[in-house]
Design a protein around this ligand. Structure first.
Ligand SMILES: Nc1ncnc2c1ncn2[C@@H]1O[C@H](COP(=O)(O)OP(=O)(O)OP(=O)(O)O)[C@@H](O)[C@H]1O
Ligand SMILES: [Mg+2]
Length: 222
């Protein structure tokens, strides 16, 4: 397995960019074995609103947010040519044989797993890394709407530098949120898998990451 690619929900805010990305992913899948993991996007944001309003038990909010990933995954499967939905990681190789691109729906698997904590610190980024480890993917690529991880939120601070490489330890020390979830560095510390954060508005960068070339992105190192 070459890579788990997590397609961030943030990209749905730019429909044309998301459609172009999905077409590019289909092209990449002719060369690489790729499993798509969806982000939570607006579906997870709705759960956040209900959680704020009703103070849901963390287990319930977590479950609902993961169901949001399933929903976004179903949308992605409509946008990615030759995509196929799957809830079972065992089926992934069968899809490759049939030249289909698997889009993983995580609700079922995550309801049976206890490795990851059930809190808002665990979102689709940690889940993508968890799945990458489970299927022994060579890389996990977190595709989002900015060029990678910056020293500060680039939408708030336009002069914040992009970190082309950073460490799990640096992420662990951050008090403010970054573009990846809080649990991801904790997970990578114990389950190392090369992890890249890439801007989905430039799909060629994903191609470069998959082929091992240098490109604009953030590589998370141990
Ligand atoms: N230090 C930072 N570096 C990069 N982005 C940051 C940073 N701090 C905050 N952000 C914000 O994180 C956002 C991306 O993360 P976000 O969780 O919103 O999207 P996503 O992960 O693509 O989507 P989803 O969570 O639905 O999968 C960026 O749009 C950016 O504004
Ligand atoms: Mg996110």
């Amino acid at each position: 397995m070459d890579a788990v690619i997590k397609v961030g929900g943030s990209l749905a805010e730019m429909p044309d960019a998301l459609k172009a990305l999905c077409t590019a992913i289909a092209k990449l899948a002719t060369k690489y074995k790729i499993l798509i993991v969806p982000g939570g996007g607006k579906f997870a944001d709705v759960v956040r609103e209900y959680d704020r309003c009703f103070k849901l038990p963390p287990r319930i909010a977590h479950r609902l947010a993961i169901m949001g990933m399933d929903q976004y995954g179903i949308i992605l499967s409509e946008l990615i040519p030759d995509a196929c939905l799957t809830e079972k990681l065992e089926n992934v190789n069968l899809f490759f044989k049939r030249r289909k691109i698997p889009v993983f729906l995580p609700t079922k698997l995550m309801s049976q797993e206890e490795t990851l904590e059930t809190s808002w610190d665990v979102t689709s980024d940690s889940i993508a890394a968890f799945i990458a480890e489970k299927i022994r993917a060579k890389k996990v690529v977190l595709v989002t709407d900015v060029d990678g991880i910056f020293a500060a939120d680039p939408k708030q601070n336009g002069s914040a530098p992009l970190l082309m490489e950073t460490t799990v330890q640096w992420l662990l020390l951050q008090q403010k949120r970054t573009s990846v979830d809080k649990f991801l560095p904790k997970f990578l510390l114990h389950h190392p898998v090369p992890c890249y954060v890439v801007n989905g508005k430039y799909p060629e960068r994903i191609g470069a990451v998959l082929s091992g070339q240098r490109t604009v992105c953030t590589l998370l190192k141990l």
